[in-house]
Ligand binder design. Sequence first.
Ligand code: ZN
Length: 97
Amino acid sequence: MADNKERTISDLTRIITTGTISGGEPVTLTFTAKDGTQVPVSECDVLGTSGQDLGYCLDCGSEHLEVEPDACNYECADCGKDSVFGASELLIMGCIS
Ligand SMILES: [Zn+2]
């Protein structure tokens, strides 16, 4: 999404009904880690429609495979902190926009 508006209930309803946040073609979103690292994230991965479970470390921004969408505080193999969250969880937390 090009804008930085806060997500609203109607946004979430659109995601559920259309399968995308934009309501159109899947777009690339950005996950921002605590250290400022910005990671491009496919909308399909965030919504779980890509068929793979992706998660990201909130501290270092590293990508992790086989992380459930609603995972919280999994251990990061890169920085060792319990900061890996599922992509959908990060969207809800407002870390993906
Ligand atoms: Zn990490």
